[in-house]
Design a binder for this molecule. Sequence first.
Ligand code: TXA
Ligand code: MG
Length: 322
Amino acid sequence: MQILQPDIHTIELASLIIKNGGLVAFPTETVYGLGANGFNPTAVAKIFEAKGRPKFNPLILHICDAAQIKQISTIDINSIQNLITAFFPGPLTLVIPKSDIVPDIVTAGNSTVAVRMPNHKIALELIKTAGVPIAAPSANKFGKLSPTTANHVAKQLKDKVDIILDGGKCSVGVESTIIEISGNDYYLLRPGGLATEEIEKVINKKLLKKENSKNPNAPGQLLFHYAPGIPIKFLNDISIEETKGKKIGALLFSEKYLDYSFAEKKCLTTTNSYIEAASNLFYMLHELELKNIDIILAEPVPEIGLGKAIMDRLKKAVNTFK
Ligand code: TXA
Ligand code: MG
């Protein structure tokens, strides 16, 4: 495994690896992706193996040009033009009907495919040079913290990936928002780096919740995920009381607990900004994971704007240790 600075030559090398069925970790504006040729089932299988990811969990195809949607989906592009115009490239993934060209392993046998155009120069250049959509989940071990730097990727996947393109710290810092489009209905599958309020303004209606009680393995609906290597709970007066005597790493949002003496303290934002907090979420959890602490206590964040994505990730991390 090599961490490479992206330039014309290294992107060319990375695209050759993709064309030849290998794995490349690359930066996007949300988190780092673990990419393979989305049209090559054997290459895509390596992603599942590298992550230890269950095969029922489908992958996102990353594109660099909206015209590629016609190749991988049967949807009438006019029906999603408003979303494409407003949010591509950007932290939005659309789940739409797949075309026959998309291998079943990418969609986990579903009749839909997830599509996203990342808003990142290196990612777009890589997809363009490779000449195929790149299938990529977040470049972490299944269930663990998502990576927002090249070193985070190396920490979890160093023997599993051919090269890592180093694009520095991801600007958005949480994964894309995923919506499924079914006829005239829009379902929110995962809150993420694009605020749901922004999407609702463009589609001019509310996003619906997907009923998944019949199938707990429904894609994107796992209740445990994004867990650091150290137990994590929500920060409140009770959890502080319960963890007395333990070395606490606090992940703060507001000023409420600023004066407490914790063993370690990280502030997600200094300006009360949900965007800044999201960009620091995984980054600071990765930092806390490396500290000599017994438990992480994370302050709940109001579920407004990107606060929804932050709380989704924190709740799933907390659930893992229940
Ligand atoms: O920001 C992101 O979305 C990052 C970067 C690398 O683009 N990728 C990412 O991928 O977060 P991953 O695999 O960690 O999460 C993709 C989610 C999964 O929860 C999966 O279940 C859901 O997308 N998904 C993929 N295809 C789907 C489909 N056809 N129907 C429903 N959900 C789908
Ligand atoms: Mg992931």
